[in-house]
Design a protein around this ligand. Structure first.
Ligand SMILES: [Zn+2]
Ligand SMILES: [Zn+2]
Length: 121
């Protein structure tokens, strides 16, 4: 007889209500809070969960943050907490603003040349 062990990551969306103004794109959006944990399977039965991580994704531009685990745990327990900027660590910017160094034109699109003055970004 041999032991069958496997590890899989599991993602779960948590309930979090509250609107915010996005730091990255400046639009109104919502934070979508996710819990990711690793699950140890023993003979295909989930037996042990570990390595809990919490992430936040913005609904406006899909920017991804890592969330402070204390706040993440509170949300997972259903406590009413507010996510503040200090709880978030930027992982991946969503739509980024490009700004033309010649005329100051800012855009969320991935232009190679400035649509206003024609210079290269
Ligand atoms: Zn945004
Ligand atoms: Zn320009």
């Amino acid at each position: 007889m041999f032991l069958m062990i496997g590890v899989n990551d599991k993602e779960e969306q948590l309930d979090y209500e509250g609107v915010m103004t996005c730091d990255v794109c400046g639009a109104y959006g919502r934070y979508e809070v996710f819990l990711v944990c690793s699950v140890l399977y023993l003979f295909f039965i989930p037996t042990f969960r570990f390595n809990y991580r919490y992430y936040v994704r913005t609904s406006c531009c899909n920017t991804l943050y890592e969330l402070d685990s204390g706040i993440g745990e509170a949300i997972a327990k259903g406590e009413r907490v507010r996510i503040t900027e200090e709880d978030l660590h930027l992982l991946n910017r969503g739509r980024t603003y490009k700004k033309c160094i010649y005329c100051g034109y800012a855009t969320g699109e991935d232009f190679e040349y400035c649509p206003k003055c024609g210079n290269k970004f």
